[in-house]
Every structure is written in structure tokens, then in C-alpha cells.
Design a protein around this ligand. Structure first.
Ligand SMILES: Nc1ncnc2c1ncn2[C@@H]1O[C@H](COP(=O)(O)OP(=O)(O)O)[C@@H](O)[C@H]1O
Ligand SMILES: [Mg+2]
Length: 445
């Protein structure tokens, strides 16, 4: 992409109504525009990040054997009457009436609809296990939408639902979700810690929330610092290997990590003092086993090995895709702007042309642009006729992980400057070497 032909409405002033860094930076970098309280348009730069996150989520879900579908945003009230939630859900549920006076709602979640899909197509245990998921917009009429995309009213969520014959199979699905979520966040360049969460009136302790540590998070968290050292790295995860997944869950959930809702001061005190941490976190996902809560009232039954009809065991599992954009910025920024991890950056590198109109500089930029594009680095070329300082400030604000600066003086010596946004370090090297280096970094993503 060439900046002269792009739509990047950056703001010079810091928006006064934005209270946290990610909200301020998303507005300043021209990523989003608020259309109503808690409802946003995604402008080109923001939309690119959202798409990158969705791609990672799709890849990791499908790697775990989960099947993508797409359910509508609008749902008929009848399904929610079957589960009893149409009346129970409260004011967060946006109820709509169509021209035929039928009650509809904008889905805040999809347990009822997915259960309806399942019961219409599956009747035997032989079709199990099965996990269906989609990435779709949700609406929850939050009283106090705030912090930009972090707590919106309309937001993008990946929600997945597992269907299993037994509790044990459902726990395997739970563990698949835990491992696939760990992989997903790690690939995005985030450390998200599974913390035991409150399962509410359903009871049981089979629910974990994934929290990204950040001072601006809405949840208070208590944890053993040992849990922050864990990484999956590039170990091979076999999603059919129950023992391996059980071990991964144990590895991450044995160290103490809880939100204020489930915090147990006595247990916390048992951690060595230097590892006892209290902080704040942003919830970027949750996994939940709820058994036959929906399958029983809605008649989602399968014939088991003996031919008897039994309700399926279910769980639901969500990743807050649009919230993740904010969480990523909370985790990666400085006073100049965003610092995107490579895997989720809207563009992999910015090319700054210091002398637009100089044939040598223009030609060198075009060559670098072509080489980076061919290598899948997805460059953004700043070919506007602006001051260098202005161009650098824009690149720093929008947070591209790498910048290649091309000017007449450097070219005379056969070099360009390669600058890393994360460390701020620069080096001079030939254009070819700079492109090769970036190609290598992005090859693995
Ligand atoms: N209002 C919201 N705005 C943005 N993301 C949200 C919002 N509510 C929930 N999410 C995201 O969707 C994920 C799954 O939702 P869920 O666990 O049902 O939400 P909650 O715990 O807020 O009831 C959450 O972990 C969070 O990342
Ligand atoms: Mg939750």
C-alpha cells in the first residue's frame, strides 16, 4: 500500500474523552471511528488488524479440529424462550420487533441457536465429538460502554460450542480449547493467563478466563509469578492426545492464578512471598463447561451405544476478537504510539521515502516495496510529500514493527536505515540485506 493512496485519518490532538492508552491510540492512529456509544466503524488500518486476528483464530481453531460455521446476528425469540433466557437475560439483551410483530433479538451469544442447529442434524453418538464455532458480531447493551473497543456494545467474538457424549469427552474438548487458546494468544504476541473463574449459578469449577496483565484491566488478579514464565513455544500439540492436553492444562492451572471473584486468600498466602503478585488484567477469552444446561430443555439428544437417547454434554468457549485489538495495544505501546508484534501488525514494515521526486530514491523505494511484497512482509510506503519528522511520527504512531528509511545520502553510500519499533534500534545496511532480514523474520508467521 502507498500512503498517498490510502485512507489513514490520523489525529494530531489527543482525544480528550479517551481514558486509556489503547482507546486514545486507536483514535489517533485512525483505526476506528465511534458511531454511537460502544459502536464503532473499523477504518482501514484497524480493519487490517482485526482481519489478522481473525485469521489466527481460524487457523488455531481448525488446527484443533473445530469446524467453522456462520450464524446470523439476528435471532428469533422463540429459541430463547425454549431455554428460558428470553425473559431471564435482562436489559443487556437488545430486543427487536420485526414488521410482522415477531420478537427478535440481536445475539449476545449463540448457545440456543447452535443447539438448534445441532439437534436438527445430529441424532447418534457416532457423529460425536463435534465442535462448531464462528466469528460473528455480538450485541450487549452494556450500561457503561467504555475504553473504546474494550467494552463495546457491538463487538466481534469467536464463540465455539462443543457437543460430546460424556463428561470425560467434554473435558477433552475443554482442554483442546485451553491449549488452542494458549497457542492463539501466543501467536498474537500476547501473554494471556488462564485463571479460575466464577461459574455463577451453574456451579462446578470448569471455567477459566484468559487474562492479559495490564494496569488498565477491569479485573483484579492474584497470581503466582511462575505462571507468567510458561510458554508453549513450538512444541507440537496433538489435539487427539488426551494425556498431553491434560498435562498442558495442569501445567498452566497448577500455579495459583485467580480473579477477585474466585480469589482465596488462604491459598494465596501459601505461595512464596517473592512470587505472590497482585495486579490487573483484561479478559480476552473464557472457556466454560456447562453440561446439559441447554441440550436438556432444548431436546438436543443423541442415541448412545445402547440406543438410549441422552442429552449431549456441551461447553461454550469465547475469544474477544475486537477487544484483543485494544488489549494488544495496552500490552505494546509507548508514549509515541503503538508497537505491534509482527504477527498482527497492520503492515509488516513502513518504507519512508525521504526525498519524494528524486529518481534514485523513488526507484530504491519501489524496489524495496516490490521485494517486501513478494516476501509477504506487506509494506506501507510513505510516498507523501511531507517533512521527514512528520513521516517518522506517523510510522511511530501507527506502530509498524519495522521501518526502512531511504534517502539520497544513504543511497550514495549504498545503504538504507532499518529501524526496529520495539527496541528503537537502527542499523545501516544495503537495501537487499534489509529486505532479506525482514523476509526471514516474517517467513515464520
Ligand atoms: N462488551 C464487550 N466488548 C468487547 N468484548 C467483550 C465484551 N463482552 C465480552 N467480550 C469478550 O468476549 C469474550 C467472551 O465473552 P463472555 O465470557 O461471554 O463475556 P463476559 O465475561 O463479559 O460475560 C470475553 O472474554 C471478552 O473478551
Ligand atoms: Mg467471560
Amino acid at each position: 500500500m502507498r500512503l498517498s493512496r490510502y485512507f489513514l485519518p490520523v489525529l494530531k490532538e489527543t482525544p480528550s474523552d479517551a481514558q486509556i492508552a489503547s482507546h486514545r491510540l486507536m483514535l489517533r492512529a485512525g483505526m476506528i471511528r465511534q458511531q454511537a456509544a460502544g459502536i464503532y466503524s473499523w477504518l482501514p488500518l484497524g480493519f487490517r488488524v482485526l482481519e489478522k486476528l481473525q485469521r489466527i483464530v481460524h487457523e488455531e481453531q481448525q488446527r484443533a479440529g473445530h469446524i467453522p460455521v456462520l450464524m446470523p446476528t439476528l435471532q428469533p425469540a422463540e429459541l430463547w424462550r425454549e431455554s428460558g433466557r428470553f425473559d431471564a437475560y435482562g436489559k443487556e439483551l437488545l430486543r427487536i420487533r420485526d414488521r410482522h410483530d415477531r420478537d427478535m433479538l440481536y445475539g449476545p451469544t449463540n448457545e440456543e441457536m447452535i443447539t438448534d442447529i445441532f439437534r436438527s442434524g445430529v441424532s447418534s453418538y457416532k457423529s460425536l465429538p463435534m465442535t462448531l464455532y464462528h466469528i460473528q458480531w455480538k450485541f450487549r447493551d452494556e450500561v457503561r460502554p467504555r475504553f473504546g473497543v474494550m467494552r463495546g456494545r457491538e463487538f466481534l467474538m469467536k464463540d465455539g460450542y462443543n457437543f460430546d457424549l460424556t463428561y470425560e469427552d467434554s473435558m477433552h474438548a475443554y482442554n483442546r480449547h485451553m491449549a488452542s487458546y494458549l497457542r492463539t494468544y501466543e501467536r498474537m504476541g500476547l501473554k494471556a493467563i488462564p485463571m479460575r473463574a466464577d461459574s455463577g449459578p451453574i456451579g462446578g469449577d470448569d471455567t477459566h478466563e484468559f487474562l492479559v496483565l495490564a494496569d488498565t484491566g477491569e479485573s483484579e488478579v492474584f497470581y503466582d509469578s511462575a505462571v507468567t514464565e510458561l510458554t508453549l513455544g513450538d512444541r507440537a500439540v496433538d489435539y487427539d492426545d488426551r494425556a498431553q492436553l491434560e498435562a498442558i492444562k495442569a501445567e498452566w492451572t497448577t500455579p495459583y492464578a485467580r480473579t477477585d471473584e474466585t480469589h482465596d486468600a488462604a491459598l494465596f498466602e501459601q505461595i512464596p512471598e517473592d512470587r505472590r503478585k497482585v495486579g490487573r488484567g483484561i479478559e480476552v477469552g473464557q472457556i466454560f463447561y456447562f453440561g446439559i444446561k441447554y441440550s436438556e430443555p432444548m431436546g438436543a439428544m443423541v442415541a448412545d451405544e445402547t440406543g438410549a437417547k441422552v442429552p449431549v454434554h456441551m461447553g461454550s468457549h469465547g475469544i474477544g476478537v475486537s477487544r484483543l485489538v485494544g488489549a494488544l495495544i495496552e500490552a505494546h505501546h509507548d508514549d509515541k504510539g503503538i508497537k505491534w508484534p509482527e504477527a498482527v501488525a497492520p503492515f509488516g514494515a513502513g518504507i519512508v521515502n525521504l526525498k519524494v521526486g528524486d529518481p534514485d530514491v523513488d526507484a530504491a523505494c519501489a524496489q524495496i516495496y516490490a521485494a517486501l511484497s513478494a516476501a509477504g512482509v506487506d509494506p506501507l510506503l510513505d510516498d507523501r510529500d511531507e517533512r521527514a519528522g512528520q513521516k517518522f511520527a506517523t510510522m511511530e504512531l501507527i506502530g509498524l514493527p519495522w521501518r526502512i528509511t531511504v534517502g539520497p545520502r544513504g543511497l550514495k553510500n549504498g545503504v538504507v536505515e532499518l529501524t526496529c519499533r520495539a527496541t528503537g534500534e537502527s542499523e545501516e545496511l544495503s537495501a537487499e540485506a534489509a529486505c532479506l532480514k525482514l523476509a526471514g523474520i516474517f517467513a515464520g508467521l
